[in-house]
Design a protein around this ligand. Structure first.
Ligand SMILES: NC(=O)c1ccc[n+]([C@@H]2O[C@H](COP(=O)([O-])OP(=O)(O)OC[C@H]3O[C@@H](n4cnc5c(N)ncnc54)[C@H](OP(=O)(O)O)[C@@H]3O)[C@@H](O)[C@H]2O)c1
Length: 313
């Protein structure tokens, strides 16, 4: 059995003096708006203090509503919650960044953000259609803008005091290095798919060496097959330490030095996912060395098209 401890309250410092991010974060990529609002509110009540959303998820308004209600209830203050959202692919042109950012802030009902991420390194045709396609159904990319120019527009948001930290999402090590080396304000966070079947050790090393927070999304493997939570190494540890498979996987992510995002619309799982405790060293070793499966569930890094958002949304 493992004892209840403070692992759930772990925070990771952000470079550029922009504060710290809670390691254990709640994602809001939930298709149903009412479920999104209820889950976000329940997550705040359960103790989660980092929320992740995106222009593309269409959940900013519901996340904003849930925060407003929680702040009004009085127990949680704005400054207690680390809020992140993301710039969508159709807004990479530098002149589109600030309007997109302001629109996100308005939906979230906030006056500043803690973290703004470029959702993917792929620029799509600028405009209001989030999933622009040609007559053959192929994505229409925008070849007229470079990622570093989009990054420059995010740097301006930091300079103006509108957002504390900026970062990249759905990127590989090459893109992280390219932006890191060229940037004036270096990326504070790199947000990528990661779980025991996709540990991304090389990218994590690069992030550690450059004081970048590595934030894992799909930390439980997004309920996809093969199911990380049914892996025999994970279930054996869960039985041994008296925790659930999800709690084992989330603890592993925090203990190896990453921030993470997990999502559930199920109230009991919200409580469960916050109730993590430190795993013994042998359990960490078993996961690191005993799990050989390697699976990427979300192909967004290859095309910029989100794998977990239903097409047409
Ligand atoms: N940048 C990107 O491209 C990108 C892509 C994907 C996700 N994200 C972010 O990362 C967040 C997390 O990703 P994710 O949704 O894939 O997270 P995840 O936690 O790996 O997967 C969520 C799934 O796991 C289930 N689940 C949650 N807790 C569980 C538990 N204790 N036991 C068993 N099953 C459990 C949920 O089911 P129920 O809801 O039915 O309980 C849901 O189907 C997203 O919300 C989003 O904010 C970013």
């Amino acid at each position: 059995m493992v004892e209840r401890d403070n692992l759930r309250y772990t925070t990771l410092p952000l470079r550029n003096g922009s504060g710290a991010i809670p390691a254990l974060g709640f994602g809001t990529l939930i298709p149903d708006p009412i479920a999104t609002k209820n889950a976000t509110r329940a997550a705040l009540e359960a103790g989660f203090r980092a929320l992740d959303t995106a222009e593309r998820y269409g959940t900013e308004k519901e996340v904003g509503d849930a925060m407003r209600e929680a702040f009004k209830a009085g127990k949680i203050k704005r400054e207690d919650v680390f809020v992140a959202t993301k710039l969508w692919n159709t807004n990479h042109r530098p002149e589109r960044v600030k309007p997109a950012f302001e629109a996100s802030l308005k939906r979230l009902q906030l006056d500043h953000l803690d973290l703004y991420l470029i959702h993917t390194p792929f620029a799509f045709q600028p405009g209001d259609v989030q999933d622009p396609r040609d007559a053959n159904g192929n994505v229409i990319y925008d070849r007229g803008v470079k990622l570093i120019d989009t990054w420059g527009a995010l740097e301006e948001l930091v300079d103006e005091g509108k957002c504390k930290a900026i970062g990249l999402s759905d990127v590989g090590p090459e893109t992280v290095k390219e932006i890191f080396e060229a940037a004036t304000i270096k990326p504070a966070v790199v947000h990528v798919e990661s779980h025991p079947y996709l540990p991304e050790w090389d990218l994590l090393d690069y992030c550690r060496n450059n004081a970048i927070v590595f934030q894992a999304f799909a930390a439980l493997g997004h309920s996809s097959q093969p199911n990380v939570l049914a892996d025999p190494v994970i279930t054996a540890i869960a039985n041994r330490v008296g925790k659930t498979p999800a709690q084992v996987v989330l603890a592993w992510a925090i203990q190896r030095g990453t921030a993470l995002l997990t999502t559930t619309k199920t109230p009991s799982r919200i409580e469960e996912n916050f109730d993590v405790s430190t795993l013994p060293e042998d359990a960490m070793r078993e996961i690191n060395e005993g799990i050989k499966s390697r699976v990427r569930f979300n192909a967004v890094v290859k095309t910029g098209v989100p794998g977990f958002i239903p097409r047409g949304k």
